[in-house]
Ligand binder design. Structure first.
Ligand code: AN7
Length: 392
């Protein structure tokens, strides 16, 4: 295994700490040697079931039983949205309630193997919650930079309770990201665990492996919300590796959903803008409130190479989709995670089998639900008042 630049193909040893290519500044990815694809054996459960295709799988692991999340068949919602076989991959089932745990178990395992005692990230919430938990598990120091006032309460509570040093940046996620990159590049003792780190994405690719294990074949399309765009890139990498290993014979179309006012990748693909960036990104799906996604070149490649697409959905559509999934299928996901359902409702997808990646648990962000017009009732502590309230 080695690290390779996706732009100029320069290579680096696996244990060299570098977050981007020293030659051209491009994004790095972990490349598996050909022997890994010969006859991969998958044993056990969760992310490390796929250890033979992961860096760090051969040593001691920092784990909280991540992965092995539910793949829920949703016939009622599927029929309403015109999809024959609709599945939700419910990443809220992970130990800290989001898909980030898949990446953190690998990222923190790798950090410890390299000898780091401090890890850091910028976060819209879930990355910080997950990193804080895995750092605690590993006995490491965790530094998280968050956009002040713009992260969901549940996520902030998680970062705090796991003992991370939380710095609220008076700016947005993109400011926090810029600062934490500078901090970890200047200070050799701090290991950066944002999704620019290719080891994290290795863990996240296991979502594709699990979907194929569950369905016996790849779906026709996968729809994922995009923020920093690491996840859609990682999932695509997982499918392409299974194809290399001759475990699957075709690849799914990768479809990205962004929030209307935080949609740099949608804009980039549509208008061929020079930069993939929007200023002042805004959405109530705070997880994906990101204007300058670091992984955009990987995501654009995943969408183009797979024959996929990307489109935007409004905050109202996101909230409606969140309710619908909760009420029609019993799955409570956070707003960003409902974006793929909103996408299906608005655009539809011509495909028989579709997997929507629902990235985080709904309880992360109760405010997003409670902010809506109250549909609760109130009564005096008497039977008469209760009956009146129920009939009102
Ligand atoms: C629920 O925590 O970026 O496109 O700092 O929490 O891989 O960035 C979170 C992202 C989707 C987008 N859904 O994933 C962070 C952060 C949820 C998320 C995304 C995030 P990427």
């Amino acid at each position: 295994m080695l690290q390779r630049c996706i732009a100029c193909e320069a290579t680096y040893p696996l244990d060299q700490v570098c977050y981007t290519c020293a030659a051209c500044g491009g994004l790095l990815e972990v490349r598996l040697g050909a022997e890994r694809f010969a006859d991969p054996r998958f044993e056990g459960r969760g992310v490390w079931r796929y250890a033979s295709m992961l860096p760090g799988g051969d040593g001691e692991r920092v784990s909280l039983r991540e992965g092995d999340t539910g793949l829920y068949r949703c016939d009622r919602l599927g029929a309403a949205l015109g999809v024959k076989n609709l599945y939700i991959k419910n990443e809220g089932d992970n130990p800290t309630g989001s898909f980030k745990d898949r990446g953190m178990t690998v990222g923190v395992t790798w950090a410890r193997r390299l000898g780091f005692k401090t890890v850091a990230c910028a976060s819209t919430g879930n990355t910080s919650a997950s990193m804080a938990a895995f750092a605690a598990r590993a006995g490491m120091r965790a530094i998280v930079l968050i956009p002040d006032g713009k992260i969901a309460m549940g996520k902030l509570a998680q970062a705090i309770v796991h003992g991370a040093e939380v710095v609220r940046i008076r700016g947005d996620f993109d400011d926090a990201m810029r600062l934490v990159r500078e901090l970890s590049e200047a200070d050799g003792a701090i290991y950066l665990l944002n999704s620019i780190n290719p080891f994290r994405l290795e863990g996240q690719k296991t979502l594709a492996f699990e979907v194929v294990d569950s369905l016996g074949a790849p779906p026709d399309a996968v729809i994922a919300p995009m923020g920093n765009a690491g996840n859609i890139s990682a999932i695509w990498k997982g499918f392409t590796e299974l194809e290399c290993a001759r475990r699957i014979e075709r690849l799914p179309r990768m479809i990205g959903a962004q929030a209307e006012h935080a949609a740099p990748i949608v804009r980039y693909l549509r208008e061929s803008t020079q930069e993939c960036r929007v200023a002042n990104a805004e959405t109530l799906a705070t997880a994906i409130r990101i204007g300058a996604p670091v992984n955009w070149p990987k995501a654009v490649a995943a969408i183009r190479d797979s024959g996929g697409e990307a489109n935007l959905v409004t905050d109202d559509e996101i909230i409606a989709a969140q309710r619908r999934l909760a009420r029609e299928e019993g799955l409570f996901v956070e707003p960003a995670s409902a974006a793929p359902i909103a996408y299906l409702a608005r655009y539809g997808v011509t495909a028989e089998t579709v997997v929507c990646v629902c990235t985080g648990h709904g309880l992360k962000d109760p405010d997003a639900v409670l902010r809506m017009p109250a549909d609760t009732k109130v009564a005096e502590p008497t039977m008469a008042s209760l009956r009146a309230a129920l009939e009102a």
